[in-house]
Design a protein around this ligand. Structure first.
Ligand SMILES: [Zn+2]
Length: 257
C-alpha cells in the first residue's frame, strides 16, 4: 500500500545530520536514500519555499517572494493536495505556523490540524496528535511541518547551543514517528532552507543547501537522484502515488523505479 509522510523541518542545516547532533537521523542517513546537498529556491524564505513545494514551480513562476501575501492571491499552477484529492488519496496536514495554510491550495479534502505554538512544545504536541489520530484513520498522505527549529535559529542564531538542543529534540520526534509508523508509511524528511547567523535572507551555501532523506519500506530497484532540489518534492510525491505530473511543474522526481 502506498502511504507516505512528508516531514518538513524548518531551517534544518545539513551538518545537523551527524552523530554529535542528531543521532537518529544520522543512523537513518546510513540506511536510507540521503542527500545533504539539496537546493532550496530563491528566495530561500519559508512561504516562497512551501509555495514551490506544493505548487511545483519556482518563486519566479508562483510569484510569492515574502512570508506575506494577499488573502486571495491565486497561483496559476495545480496544487499537490488538490491533485491528490482529485485522485482519491486522503491527505492530512499538521502545522504550527498559520501562514503556511495559504500554500495548501483550495478545492481539496485536506484535513488540517493547526497547533498555535511555534515552540518545540508545539512540535511535540503535533507529533502526539498525529500518533493519536492515526489509531483511527490512516490517511494516504500526511504532511507534518515542524516549525520550532527555525524560530530558535532566528532568536539565538543558527548552530547556537539552543538551536542544536532543539534539533536534538526534533531528532527524537522523528525517531518516535519512524519507530511507530515505519511499517505502515514511507517517509520523506527534508528542510525548506538553512540559516546563517540570525536568518536566511542571502544566497549562501549555509542557507541554500538542505538535507533530504527518503525512507522506504520496499526499497528494491529504486533509483535516487542526489542532484535534487525542493522543487522536485511535489513531482516525486505524485510519481510515488502513480499520478501524472502536470506539464507546467518545474521539477522532476528524485526517486524512480
Ligand atoms: Zn523556513
Amino acid at each position: 500500500m502506498k502511504k507516505l509522510i512528508l516531514i518538513s523541518i524548518d531551517g534544518f542545516r545539513p551538518e545537523l545530520i551527524d552523530k554529535k547532533y542528531c543521532q537518529f537521523l544520522h543512523s537513518l542517513s546510513k540506511n536510507s536514500y540521503y542527500s545533504n546537498n539539496v537546493q532550496s529556491v530563491i528566495p530561500p524564505i519559508t512561504l516562497p519555499c512551501f509555495y514551490s513545494i506544493f505548487f511545483g514551480v519556482n518563486p519566479l513562476t508562483h510569484g510569492v517572494f515574502y512570508n506575506i501575501i494577499h488573502d486571495d492571491y491565486k497561483v496559476n499552477s495545480p496544487n499537490l493536495f488538490e491533485i491528490l484529492s482529485k485522485n482519491n488519496f486522503s491527505c492530512s496536514a499538521y502545522f504550527n505556523w498559520k501562514t503556511l495554510e495559504k500554500a495548501f491550495g483550495h478545492n481539496n479534502n485536506l484535513v488540517k490540524y493547526f497547533i498555535d505554538d511555534l515552540t518545540i512544545n508545539g512540535d511535540i504536541k503535533m507529533v502526539s496528535l498525529l500518533l493519536e489520530n492515526i489509531k483511527s484513520h490512516l490517511p494516504d498522505f500526511i504532511f507534518l511541518y515542524l516549525g520550532a527549529l527555525d524560530e530558535v535559529g532566528h532568536k539565538y542564531k543558527w548552530m547556537s547551543k539552543e538551536y542544536i538542543e532543539t534539533a536534538k529534540t526534533v531528532d527524537k520526534l522523528v525517531k518516535i514517528l519512524i519507530e511507530s509508523l515505519g511499517e505502515t508509511y514511507d517517509f520523506i524528511i527534508h528542510s525548506d532552507h538553512g540559516g546563517y547567523e540570525y536568518g536566511h535572507y542571502v544566497l549562501m551555501k549555509e542557507i541554500m543547501t538542505v538535507p533530504l532523506l527518503f525512507i522506504s519500506r520496499n526499497s528494491n530497484n529504486i533509483e535516487f537522484n542526489k542532484k535534487v532540489g525542493i522543487i522536485d518534492i511535489a513531482p516525486t510525491i505524485l510519481n510515488y502515488f502513480g499520478i501524472n505530473i502536470p506539464i507546467n511543474w518545474e521539477g522532476t522526481p528524485f526517486i524512480t523505479k
